[in-house]
Design a protein around this ligand. Structure first.
Ligand code: NAD
Ligand code: GLY
Length: 368
């Protein structure tokens, strides 16, 4: 087992990475202060992993709160089910919420922990690649609103993140690919060496090679911990973690939550960010194509939905959390391995990026 750290003064916490961790009661016990725990999970994950976690937590009084599965359920109504479960089992302020699942469960259970009795302890036990490399670390919690993704929420750090890499063996391949989008993101925004490593090991990652997966998770979590440690509340550098997300969230909202997976939308959205960075003269055509090829090799979509017009994008992007005083800030690449957050771009470049023919652009790539 490897242990990484998120350094945030009195809110610092460890990230444990290893195989079989969900069965290790002693690891949980280090971070449970009271006598009661509430395990929040969903109906897909419960039959796979709930019993192991319950056994590991046998020393505590337990409540299992099993939610419906899917991004479409990341809502006020589902959040209420968590509060119903906590209140009807009379959990007090010393209870610990355990989020067992992917990013949807982690974001919702974390938000519930932030609000319940004005804040109780919580532990992230992420079971998708995406949640292991991104959403479980850093304390962003929340739910969607019909008008915008993740628009209601709180910064609320977990007491620990327990990443059991063996849970990835049951993950559907499409979900594994979605997680790889966020892994590639770290290479693009802050570590060109890791990008090169990913190019070499993409096939091993897709075939669930445990050594390769563990390395990719550790590198991703280390990058995220470093960035969150420097900027917990996204006043600056943390926004670079949203490479491709402004375009991607527009795709997710336009298509209806759940139609495109988050990682899929991030992949197509990052292709748009690469194209805009190229149009600004910051990266070369070869760099852009290098990024596109890596997303393709990860099994991800690289063309935004063809029916989406520039007006559709602009409408959704106007509610992005990176809009400040009416100005849309975008995360772009100054070079491969270095991202910037900027509102300083010509409107025509954004419009040209939104109007580009991505199918043709990607088609040419295949012909080279
Ligand atoms: P998800 O939580 O919907 O999980 C994907 C699917 O895989 C679900 O059907 C789930 O039940 C299933 N699943 C989970 N673990 C499994 C396993 N081990 N075996 C088999 N099936 C399993 O999706 P996700 O990609 O994990 O998370 C996406 C969410 O994360 C989005 O809502 C996004 O907004 C959020 N997110 C948050 C942050 C953050 O910083 N808080 C960062 C990135 C993404
Ligand atoms: N996933 C973006 C962030 O945590 O800031």
């Amino acid at each position: 087992m490897q242990t990484l750290h998120v350094d945030l003064a009195d809110r610092s916490y460890p990230i444990y990475v290893g195989a079989g961790l969900i069965s290790q009661g002693e690891l949980f016990a280090r971070h449970v202060a009271g006598k009661k725990v509430a395990i929040v999970t969903n109906e897909t994950i419960a039959p796979l992993y709930l019993e192991s976690v319950q056994r590991a937590l046998a020393a505590y009084a337990q409540t299992a709160i099993v939610l419906p599965d899917g991004e479409a359920f990341k809502t006020w109504e589902t959040l209420q089910l968590i509060f119903d479960g906590l209140l009807s089992a009379r959990h007090d302020r010393r209870c610990t919420v355990i989020a067992l699942g992917g990013g949807v469960i982690g974001d919702m259970a974390g938000f519930a922990a932030a609000c319940y009795q004005r804040g109780v302890d919580f532990i992230q036990v992420p079971t998708t690649l995406l949640s292991q490399v991104d959403s479980s670390v850093g304390g962003k919690t929340g739910i969607n609103h019909p008008l915008g993704k993740n628009m209601i929420g709180a910064f609320y750090q977990p007491n620990a993140v327990l990443i059991d890499t063996s849970t990835l063996t049951t993950l559907p391949p499409r979900e594994l690919s979605a997680g790889l989008a966020e892994v590639i993101k770290y290479g693009l925004i802050c570590d060109e060496g890791f990008l090169a490593w990913l190019e070499e090991h993409m096939d091993a990652l897709r075939s669930l090679d445990q050594q390769a997966l563990t390395y990719a998770i550790e590198q991703s979590c280390a990058a995220k911990a470093r960035i969150v440690g420097a900027d917990e509340r996204e006043a600056g550098v943390r926004a670079t973690l949203n490479l491709g997300h402004t375009f991607g969230h527009a795709i997710e909202t336009h298509k209806g939550y759940g139609a495109w997976l988050h990682g899929e939308a991030v992949s197509a959205g990052t292709v748009m960010a690469l194209e805009m960075s190229r149009r600004l003269g910051w990266i070369s055509t070869e760099d852009r194509d290098r990024g596109i090829r890596l997303f393709q090799r990860a099994g991800l979509p690289v063309v935004p939905p063809e029916e989406m017009t520039p007006a559709d994008f602009l409408q959704h992007m106007a509610v992005d959390k990176k809009v400040l005083d009416g100005q849309l800030r975008l995360v772009l690449l100054r070079r491969m391995g270095e991202a910037v957050v900027t509102a300083d771009y010509p409107d025509e470049t954004l419009h040209a990026t939104l109007s580009a023919n991505y199918r043709a652009l990607v088609g040419q790539l295949g012909e080279q």
